[in-house]
Design a protein around this ligand. Sequence first.
Ligand SMILES: [Zn+2]
Ligand SMILES: [Zn+2]
Length: 120
Amino acid sequence: MENVLVDEHCELCEAARFTHWYYEDEVCWVADCEACSTPMVVWRSHGTAPKSDEVEWMLARLADAGIYRFGHDVGSIDRVMRQVPDHFHAHFRDPKWLSRRWVEAPSKYSGVGGERQLLA
Ligand SMILES: [Zn+2]
Ligand SMILES: [Zn+2]
């Protein structure tokens, strides 16, 4: 990407590696959301208007993570940006996403890709 903007007060720009990371490249990264524990794709640049081919690319990478995590035809992409409305991101939500964070251990960072590991 030509121009990557970073906002030092933005948690998505910070891109802290605590949870499982499914994927990353120069356009985006995909990791479990710290709040929801579901896969989330985040644009590298701070802003809300990636180009349409970048949006397409990011949502496809997110769908890959959803398939890896939940299997085929489970869940859907949620593009509503609730917590961080000024930085493009999207979640992949399975039907049980609301209850999961209360009953399942969060994942932990163990490098990009590879097997998803849970916090002990
Ligand atoms: Zn979330
Ligand atoms: Zn940001």
